[in-house]
Design a protein. Structure first.
Lengths: 234, 292, 395
């Protein structure tokens, strides 16, 4: 469970997040929706400790993590699949996954088991085990980034705009995968611009605008065509 | 055949030193995108530490050299942490200026106890005469240099391919953000990379010093040659640094003999300019791949 | 008014006139009835200060010794020190300060050629007598200027000593040269280039070795290919060691003749890391002997007396010949010392004492390089020996 209260964050003098609060309950998929520049990616980076946090608290399974550096946050069970995927382009698929498991100290049989689980989940990656990450297609890279994050056995998985730049057919595949992950008990915080996609997988939705949460609701109660909802998303 | 053979042997020995210097430059550059202009002085400091342990503490030769390498590794670790990390995200020019400052500072520190005198650095095998195998003439010191450089290259290859730390370093070099979000302690990697680069620099220093003599300004020439080697190798490639270094050593000798010895004075500059204008990614550099 | 009285008045007038004339004569700056203020500059800070202090201290020892023996015609020498940091701009400023602010009478200083050369105009326009301390650049004293003197062997002179020795090597026909590509080595080359043909020598290899080079394989192999009878090396000590080491490695036999930068042949031998590397190596020298040589006993004692905590080294002797020459000329210039009189006295110096220097100091009209003589040193066993300017008859 991830709980965020009054989080303010930004870049030096520029405050992007103006005190957001949200909760990602265990086993749920929560979506953070917003238009370009609303502060979604900054929120993700602030949670991960990559962006400077000015105020507020972040609790992961009851532990305060808002003062920790990224590597310590990952070690406590948070994993981010970033928007730009941020893979290691000169390394193979296997090496990328291996590095994902390092933070848990995975080695030998344990590492192999986890990696096989990823390959089972992403058969496309299985075929390309020894390919350089930089040579993969966009969809494959997204899968690799997701697989790499899963290798750290996260208690909460953060997905930052996983569908950006992907063909509709790949988006559908991703939706299937996210659902499958969630059914397996994975807690997920999903950041999206693609409202339809987000509503199709999320249990609960927050809308962010200008660095503040302006609306929240159970996903089932929302209609993608809702006028107010649309207005917030700009 | 005699002359090319002799030129090759000594060219490889010199080139092995340039390769080690280039390696240190490339490692830091790959990790933090900055050319460490103080790297020549790291070599000098390593050599002076080795000399002091040998002469003033009376340590056995291999122990003194190993301790010097270790000491430089620690120095690199600490330098990165206190002098470099706080400004690691500043503009490239700022970082480069800091490394230039580092170069002056290290020279200044060395001058406090050692002055501007030139010291003689003992050889590992002082009493072994020059080795003659048929037409080949080679000094024991050159053999040691080539051997150590070769062993170190293999060691590094294994380190980067097979150890956790090595893989984390490569990951950090390839994608800093990626590394930090999967839980790699990138700060530790930065310091560790400097430690490794400085330790390799110290190896070059203690290998070079018996031939190069020991004085606070000895690093400048090695930095220049190492820089040329790194440029030739593409500046982002570890194998490139090695091959680049060996080539520089060979080019110096062959061009010196067959064209003009005066060429050696400008060879490094010529190679740097030529590569940057004609062949900007060097022998092993990849064109930057743009990812979306 | 009686004749006697008028005589007395006239006498007074004459005396007054003389006194006035005397006052006018002593009106040059830096001179009082009891003191002569002398300016001295050199690299006293920075990396080169390691050379600056021993060189200047040698001169100071001579001046102190002179003061202890009663001074110069009743006047004691006072020295004003300035730091030039071995930097041309700083040197100019230091000299300007000595002349205009400290108002010194004459100046003895300068161990860095670039700096001294840059400050030349200050002495000339100020008409201040100047003795070079240890800078070797020919251009400082050639073409000559009335106010600038040197007892330091200029670079060209060093090359001349080397060539003169080389041509006396039995059956020498072919010479090889290995040198740096800079002003320092070019100065030494001047007399060699000008004189080798007349000496019946042929250059079979003329190679460059870079500053701070650590390997001389290409140079040595080219020298070897030329099969020379004598090898001249115009290199700094470190590079000389690299060259001799590789020459031995590849079997080049020599004889090798170096410049006075490697006067300390034993130090050179140690740097090569080989006990046999300097067996057939020689060096041009401008001192009468090496450090510890009985020939330098007197001068070593003087240095030790005034700088008991210093290590006596070759550098300790470099400044002494200039100081001895200055003292001698100031004494000869007489009680009514003026700058112009000092210059005249310096110019009249003939076979003057150069102290630890090998030469005798001689200046003349348009002759400002007073010390052109030198000798050749070699090594016998673990001793540096003075061989003399030409190849010994029996070796």
């Amino acid at each position: 469970m991830l709980e965020i209260a009054g989080l303010e964050a930004g870049y030096g003098a520029l405050k992007v997040l103006r005190g957001i609060s949200l909760a990602v309950p265990k086993g749920k998929v929560v979506a953070l929706l917003g238009s370009n520049g609303a502060g979604k990616t900054t929120a993700m980076k602030a949670i991960m400790g990559v962006v400077e946090r000015f105020a507020g608290s972040i609790r992961l399974d009851g532990q305060q993590i808002e003062k920790l550096p990224p590597h310590a946050i990952v070690a406590r069970g948070l994993a981010l699949v970033p928007q730009g995927r941020e893979l290691f382009p000169e390394m193979t698929v296997v090496e990328n996954l291996e590095l994902g498991g390092l933070v848990r100290g995975l080695a030998g049989a344990e590492l192999a088991t986890d990696m096989e689980a990823v390959f089972k989940r992403f058969p496309r990656l299985d075929e390309r085990r020894t390919s350089r990450a930089g040579s993969l297609s966009g969809g494959e890279q997204q899968m690799l980034a997701t697989g790499r994050a899963l290798m750290s056995r996260p208690s909460v998985l953060l997905l930052d705009e996983p569908t950006t730049g992907l063909a509709p057919i790949i988006v559908q595949e991703l939706v299937r995968i996210i659902r499958a992950l969630n059914q397996g008990g994975q807690t997920i915080l999903l950041v999206e611009q693609n409202v339809r996609m987000a509503l199709s997988v999320a249990d609960y939705v927050y809308v962010i605008r200008g660095g503040s949460i302006v609306m929240e609701s159970e996903a089932a109660k929302l209609d993608g065509a809702d006028a107010m909802f649309k207005a917030y998303l700009g | 055949m005699e002359i090319p053979l002799l030129l090759t042997a000594s060219g490889l020995a010199n080139g092995a030193l340039y390769a080690l210097v280039a390696l240190g430059l490339v490692l830091v550059y790959k990790t933090q995108d900055v050319v460490q202009f103080g790297h020549g002085e790291v070599l000098m400091i390593g050599a002076f530490i080795g000399y002091s342990l040998l002469n003033y503490l009376g340590l056995p030769y291999p122990a003194a050299m190993l301790a010097a390498v270790l000491a430089c590794g620690i120095m690199g670790f600490v330098l990165e942490r206190i002098a470099f990390r706080p400004i690691a995200y500043h503009h490239h020019i700022t970082l480069a200026m800091v490394t230039v400052g580092l170069s002056f500072a290290l020279k200044g520190i060395a001058r406090i106890p050692f002055g501007a005198d030139i010291y003689t650095f003992p050889r590992l095998f002082p009493d072994t005469p020059t080795i003659v195998w048929g037409k080949l003439i080679v000094t024991p010191q050159h053999l040691v240099t080539i051997g150590v450089a070769l062993a170190l290259t293999i060691g590094l290859f294994v380190f980067f391919r097979s150890t956790t730390m090595g893989k984390q370093m490569r990951a950090t070099q390839q994608n800093l953000t990626g590394a930090s979000i999967i839980g790699i302690n990138t700060g530790l990697i930065f310091s560790g990379t400097w430690a490794l680069a400085c330790a390799i620099g110290a190896v070059a220093g203690v290998l070079a010093a018996p031939d190069a003599l020991l004085y606070p300004d000895m690093g400048a020439r090695f930095l220049l040659k190492g820089f040329a080697a790194a440029v030739l190798g593409g500046f982002e490639s570890v194998p490139g640094a090695i091959v680049g270094g060996l080539l520089i050593g060979l080019i110096d000798n062959f061009a010196g003999f067959y064209i003009d010895t005066a060429f050696q004075e400008i060879s490094a500059y010529c190679i740097i300019i030529l590569v940057l204008f004609v062949w900007p990614y060097g022998l092993f550099g990849r064109r930057p791949t743009h990812r979306v | 008014m009686t004749a006697k009285r008028s005589m007395k008045l006239a006498g007074l007038a004459v005396a007054a006139g003389l006194a006035w004339a005397g006052a006018a004569g002593a009106a040059d700056p830096g001179i009082t009835d009891t003191t002569i203020k002398l300016g001295m500059f050199g690299p006293l800070t920075g990396a080169v200060s390691i050379y600056g202090y021993p060189i200047n201290n040698g001169a100071i020892a001579i001046y102190n010794e002179t003061n202890a023996a009663g001074g110069i015609n009743g006047r004691k020498i006072e020295i004003v020190h300035e730091d030039d940091g071995c930097d041309p701009a700083k040197t100019r400023a230091a000299v300007k300060k000595l002349i205009e602010q400290d108002k010194v009478f004459a100046i003895h200083g300068g161990s860095c050629s670039g700096g001294v050369n840059a400050a030349k105009d200050e002495f000339i326009s100020g008409k201040v007598p100047f003795m070079v301390m240890a800078a070797t650049l020919d251009a400082i004293s050639d073409p000559p200027n009335r106010y600038i003197f040197t007892t330091t062997l200029p670079g060209s002179g060093d090359g001349g000593i080397m060539l003169n020795f080389a041509k006396t090597v039995p059956n020498a026909k072919k010479i090889a040269i290995v040198r740096h590509q800079d002003d320092w080595a070019n100065a030494k080359m001047k007399n060699i280039s000008a004189g080798y043909a007349a000496a019946g020598l042929q250059i079979v290899a003329d190679e460059t070795l870079a500053r701070n080079a650590t390997d001389a394989t290409a140079q040595v192999l080219k020298v070897k290919a030329g099969n020379p009878d004598v090898v001249l090396f115009l290199l700094y000590p470190g590079e000389s060691a690299v060259f001799l080491r590789d020459a031995e490695k590849y079997g080049v036999k020599g004889p090798f003749v170096g410049s006075n930068s490697v006067m300390d042949l034993l130090d050179l031998r140690e740097r090569t890391g080989s006990k046999t590397s300097v067996n057939n190596a020689y060096a041009s020298a401008f001192l009468q002997g090496y450090v510890g040589d009985p020939a330098l006993e007197k001068w070593t004692a003087i240095y030790r007396k005034h700088f008991p905590n210093d290590k006596v080294q070759s550098l300790s002797f470099y400044g002494m010949s200039g100081a001895l020459t200055m003292v001698d000329a100031m004494k000869r210039a007489g009680k009514d010392l003026t700058r112009e009189k000092l210059v005249d006295a310096l110019e009249a110096t003939k076979d003057g004492e150069a102290g630890p220097g090998y030469c005798k100091v001689t200046f003349g009209k348009d002759v400002r390089q007073g010390c052109l003589g030198g000798t050749i040193w070699g090594v016998k066993g673990d001793q540096i020996v003075n061989i003399g300017p030409s190849w010994p008859k029996t070796n």
